[in-house]
Design a protein around this ligand. Structure first.
Ligand SMILES: CC(C)(COP(=O)(O)OP(=O)(O)OC[C@H]1O[C@@H](n2cnc3c(N)ncnc32)[C@H](O)[C@@H]1OP(=O)(O)O)[C@@H](O)C(=O)NCCC(=O)NCCS
Length: 179
């Protein structure tokens, strides 16, 4: 399934995206903030495409005009419970495209997809402490901060902020319905 925004097309990843995915996923400024190890080679990126990005709810973010790969975004499949069907939104963008509002545009479309196509009741989003860019994307999409927790994984210890967006009732105002 493809989704369209003003400047992007969100489509399933393909093997041929591996080289372009590697170009930005090898960068610490992207990987460290996203919480995964930097990709080590094009083959590594291909493995991620065939495993992690194989999910129907994870999309290649591409330039609507040129088709170039700009990033990745979608639902991780991680449920945190408590609010009915839920999932977690995750994303990363090639730094060449940072600061133009692209990921906010993409996330608003994915939120609509999550509520309308996946029939979610709640969408979670998290960011590490200090990731102000991601925090702003989350805030601009209307999420509310719920709690913060220090998490430990192979990559280190991170204070992580958790945000929640509940499916609005019919007629309730929201920031994503008309995107
Ligand atoms: C997070 C990321 C996807 C943001 O994408 P983007 O398209 O640049 O985001 P937008 O342009 O829609 O919004 C960025 C906002 O951060 C603000 N910003 C930029 N630098 C900032 C900083 N150092 N501190 C705080 N805010 C900052 C921008 O001004 C903008 O907010 P505004 O519209 O209120 O001015 C991108 O930076 C990225 O891929 N980062 C690495 C991976 C990552 O962090 N993934 C998310 C893991 S939780």
């Amino acid at each position: 399934m493809n989704l369209t925004t003003e400047r992007t097309v969100l489509r399933p990843f393909r093997d041929e995206d591996a080289a372009a995915l590697y170009e930005f996923s090898r960068l610490h400024q992207v990987a460290d903030a996203a919480g995964w190890p930097p990709h080590k080679s094009v083959e590594d990126s291909l493995r991620v495409i065939r495993t992690v990005f194989h999910s129907p709810h994870i999309f290649a973010v591409t330039d609507r005009e040129t088709g170039a790969l700009l990033g990745s975004a979608g639902f991780t499949g991680r449920s945190r419970g408590g609010y009915g069907p839920d999932d977690e939104l995750g994303y990363s963008l090639d730094p060449k495209w940072w600061g133009k509002g692209i990921m906010t545009e993409v996330c608003r479309r994915l939120i609509r997809y999550g509520f309308e196509e996946m029939d979610l009741s709640a969408i979670w989003c998290t960011h590490y402490d200090g990731n102000g860019r991601s925090r702003r994307v989350i805030e601009k999409c209307g999420f509310q901060r719920v709690f913060s927790e220090t998490l430990e994984d192979d990559l280190g210890t991170h204070l992580t902020h958790f945000y929640l967006l509940l499916r609005p009732a019919a007629g309730e105002e929201d920031t994503w319905r008309n995107t």
